[in-house]
Design a protein. Structure first.
Ligand code: NIG
Ligand code: FE
Length: 409
């Protein structure tokens, strides 16, 4: 058994479903608490004074030293298996190019595709494993990882196999998403419709056969894949059992949020340019909004209307969007800081956004995302007295101890 004791504040959202509206700010706060863990699962939560001598000889004790304990953080949107970096793009932007200009001229995502295709599965695995370990050290215990830098049969499958290996061999849970429609590959230049058909007819059936992904995602954006192409792909994936996610309204609002609501996507991501109508579609469709403030920062763009979304009853999650182009940071604590200052969300809302709502954005609300008896023992002991402090301090790792499946990472 593992006992985490002397917890100053145990703070967590509660439940297995995403929280919206005023409920997003509801966190359970237990003072002077302790948590008992057995078999990787939370067995009992003790309140002040309840804890008598329950520890046997084989019991390991972690002293939280009066600090804060929360659920392990969940990063529900990353692109972490990629080759190379793209540091040269900033200089192009300083000279006036936009993100989409760079993509259209064969750079951007397509540049990373070339570098990812060059890597063997083992090389890609080793590099991505390093990122997962770094994320664990920053308090992230569950990670969604998208493909989308292969853009052909072999290299997309290679990325998804890396996701599977990361899930099996690292301490983190890694949830795999197929993003074959991340850009139109140069081989299909000007033939986006044919590329979507190829994915539907050839690539998706193989992914299903090998059980390589839980979700299918698409970059629904002006000049990339339009709403009609995105819908065709996601419905085809749904038929094969892959749940839907959409990169929607990152740069232009072309109807991605409305599509997410219409096809009941589990989550819609980015939503920087989403208008009130789009927000209403998300609410009616029960879609979780996965917002990525570090990307707004790095693209020097507007921030998604998180406050309006929460006030309108859309459940909001926050993720890093770690990737080599629009967000070369895997630090979810930075996204927490930006959520506080730029989205004007309250600390309790932010905690829900990076735990339970993030879990629901990857359909894992039953097993992770809150500190409750029966859920996985994924916990962070912070070097901070409360979550307000975690939101307030930035640029430093505030995590003291990370526990995943009941084991210290
Ligand atoms: O979420 N927008 C599409 N995909 C990523 C960026 C990928 C890249 O630039 O390499 C995103 O921002
Ligand atoms: Fe992304």
């Amino acid at each position: 058994m593992l006992l985490i004791k002397n917890i100053g504040i145990l703070q967590t959202p509660v439940g297995t479903r995403s929280l919206c509206g005023k409920d997003q700010a509801k966190n359970l706060k237990l003072y002077n608490a302790a948590v008992a863990v057995e078999g990787g699962v939370i067995r009992k939560i003790y309140r002040d004074g309840e804890l008598s001598d329950i520890c046997g000889l084989d019991c390991k004790v972690i002293d939280a030293d009066g600090g804060l304990v929360t659920p392990g953080l969940i990063d529900c949107h990353t692109h972490l298996t990629f080759g190379g970096w793209r540091q040269g793009e900033i200089r192009l932007k300083l000279n006036g190019a936009t993100y989409l200009d760079i993509l259209k001229s064969g750079g951007g995502i397509l540049d990373t595709v070339q570098n990812t295709r060059k890597m063997s599965e083992d090389e890609l695995y080793e590099r991505s494993k390093g990122f997962v370990e770094e994320m664990l050290g920053l308090g992230v215990t569950t990670i969604e990882s998208k493909s989308g830098y292969g853009l052909n049969f072999d290299d997309e499958i290679k990325q998804l196999k890396v996701n599977k290996r990361l899930n099996e061999t690292t301490k983190a849970d890694v949830v795999s998403t197929f993003l074959g429609a991340h850009a139109v590959p140069t081989e299909y230049d000007g033939r986006a419709d044919e590329y979507i058909d190829y994915i539907c007819e050839v690539v998706l059936p193989e992914i299903k056969k090998q059980k390589l992904a839980d979700f299918c995602d698409v970059f629904c954006e002006d000049g990339v894949f339009n709403v009609e192409q995105s819908k065709k792909l996601l419905l085809c994936a749904q038929k094969l059992g892959l749940k839907s996610k959409i990169h929607a309204d990152e740069i232009e609002s072309i109807g991605g949020a409305a599509l997410a609501g219409e096809i009941k996507a589990v989550s819609a991501e980015h939503l920087i340019a989403t208008d009130e109508n789009g927000i209403d579609c998300l609410r009616r469709g029960g879609v979780t909004a996965a917002l990525l403030p570090s990307t707004s920062f790095y693209l020097n763009k507007n921030y998604a209307k998180a406050r309006t979304m929460i006030d309108c009853g859309v459940p909001v999650a926050i993720a890093s969007d770690f990737n080599p182009g629009s967000c070369p940071s895997l630090n979810l604590q930075l996204a927490i800081n930006l959520g506080y200052i730029k989205y004007r969300m309250f600390p309790e809302e932010i905690l829900t956004a990076v735990t339970l709502n993030a879990a629901c954005a990857i359909d894992r609300g039953e097993s992770v995302g809150s500190v409750e008896v029966g859920k996985k023992a994924d916990l962070v002991v912070w070097n901070a007295p409360d979550f307000e402090t975690v939101c307030y301090r930035f640029g430093t790792n505030q995590v003291k101890t990370v526990i995943k499946n009941g084991e210290v990472v």
